[in-house]
Design a protein around this ligand. Structure first.
Ligand code: 5GP
Ligand code: ZN
Length: 130
């Protein structure tokens, strides 16, 4: 996507009526299995888990992709990663290990365009990923 397309999408993202699945989960308009919430973050179980433990950590504020994160979001993204570590630890996976993944755009298989951090644990995870 070019810079004009990206600017148009960022403008669109600021409009309250934009149609975003994870904004609806954050707002409680669509139910989800919530594992954590605070003023900035929301975390819930993935509806189609790829491991015994699979949660998504999202910012409450709509950000479409990792490409749309700005320097002012450094604290937010740091909080997402630290929350992922805390959730893995709370569920007993800190020592065994876990994986965190941001999928960005088509080649990575991003399907929901609201920034989310996958946290996967509970089985051996192959590397490299498919
Ligand atoms: P992506 O492929 O964009 O990185 O990941 C999107 C994730 O969102 C997928 O793992 C998918 O299973 C999950 N997902 C899609 N729709 C829903 C939903 O309505 N509820 C929940 N909890 N997860 C969803
Ligand atoms: Zn959203």
């Amino acid at each position: 996507m070019g810079s004009i397309g990206r600017a148009a999408r960022q403008l669109c993202d600021t409009l309250p009526m934009h149609d975003c699945l994870f904004c609806k989960l954050v707002a409680g308009q669509i139910p989800s299995a919530v594992v954590y919430r605070d003023d900035d973050l929301f975390a819930f179980r993935d509806i189609n888990p790829q491991a015994p433990f699979h949660v998504l950590v999202v910012p409450r504020r709509h950000i479409s992709t990792l490409n749309d994160v700005s320097a002012g979001d450094d604290g937010l993204v740091g909080a997402m990663l630290r929350r992922a570590a805390a959730l893995a630890a709370e569920h007993g996976y800190a020592e065994r290990g876990y994986r965190t993944v941001f999928n960005c755009n088509a080649d990575a298989g991003q399907t929901v365009f609201h920034l989310h951090l996958h946290v996967l644990a509970g089985r051996g995870l192959a590397w490299p990923p498919g």
